[in-house]
Design a protein around this ligand. Structure first.
Ligand SMILES: [Zn+2]
Length: 262
């Protein structure tokens, strides 16, 4: 009799544990904060702003970054149909920089990926390969100088004298996400190295104009140098654009997994 009772209470205990465990999982699922459910895919430049121009074929940056962005979006859409993808531009149109981050914030983006291509400065020796940029408050002086140098044509027109304020505001807003930024950037580097023909020039902390005001983890990828013959050829090719979009997708997929486990 006492054995039977013990057996019953054991069964009851198991049942209670199972119910509690199920309930806990269910609640955890319901209240999970970190769902990577909205992604902003930002193709740089567009319309009257061609971005940088290739030295060898005259290809324009805006026409390279758009197909890479759209291919990346298609890969995400196919694998994760539940994710909302926001594209500030899907055609050759000029989108104000403020509008890009406004779109990102209004749609409550959880991740902002901006895709660009680079060009060496006149006085610089040859450069090639990709770079990944993220924001970090500790590196503010360099970041401001990068912002102003790289985007001198548009920056003042877009942000006027408020540039520094915007930058500081964005840095503060981003501060809590530094770890996520860094993690995503390093995943991009690893995947780009293994899946593309491009060399890595490293991950940098910088306040690019395009991340100003976006209050979410934001990464900017300079996919290669249009002042380098090989990079220009690769970035202009279907294969190069496919390779890059697959590398970025892999990084995204790995990042999503970790982000949602937090
Ligand atoms: Zn650019």
């Amino acid at each position: 009799m006492s054995n039977f009772k013990a057996q019953i209470s054991n069964k009851l205990l198991h049942a209670i544990i199972i119910v509690l465990a199920f309930g806990f999982c269910h609640l955890t699922f319901l209240y999970a904060q970190n769902r990577l459910d909205v992604v902003i895919l930002d193709a740089g430049h567009g319309g009257k702003d061609p971005g940088t121009i290739g030295d060898f074929t005259g290809v324009q940056e805006k026409n390279i970054v758009l197909p890479i962005t759209m291919k990346l979006g298609k890969l995400i859409e196919d694998r994760f149909p539940e994710i909302k993808i926001i594209y500030p531009r899907t055609t050759d149109e000029f989108i104000d920089l403020k509008v890009r981050t406004k779109i990102a914030n209004e749609n409550k983006g959880k991740l902002f990926v901006s895709i660009h291509a680079n060009h060496k400065k006149k006085e610089e020796s040859d450069k090639k390969g990709f770079e990944v940029y993220l924001l970090n408050r500790e590196r503010m002086p360099e970041a401001v100088s990068y912002t102003i140098n790289e985007n001198s044509q548009l920056i003042f027109q877009q942000f006027g004298n408020d540039t520094l304020d915007h930058f500081i505001f964005a840095s503060l807003a981003q501060n809590g996400y530094t770890r996520f930024n860094e993690y995503f950037a390093s995943l991009i580097e690893v995947n780009m190295l293994s899946l593309t023909d491009l060399e890595s020039r490293g991950v940098y902390q910088a306040g690019n104009w395009v991340t100003l005001g976006a209050s979410m983890p934001s990464v900017l990828v300079e996919t290669g140098y249009l002042s380098d013959a090989n990079d220009e050829k690769y970035l202009s090719s279907e294969k190069g654009q496919n390779d890059i979009s697959i590398a970025l997708f892999n990084a995204f997929q790995q990042y999503k997994l970790l982000y949602e486990m937090q």
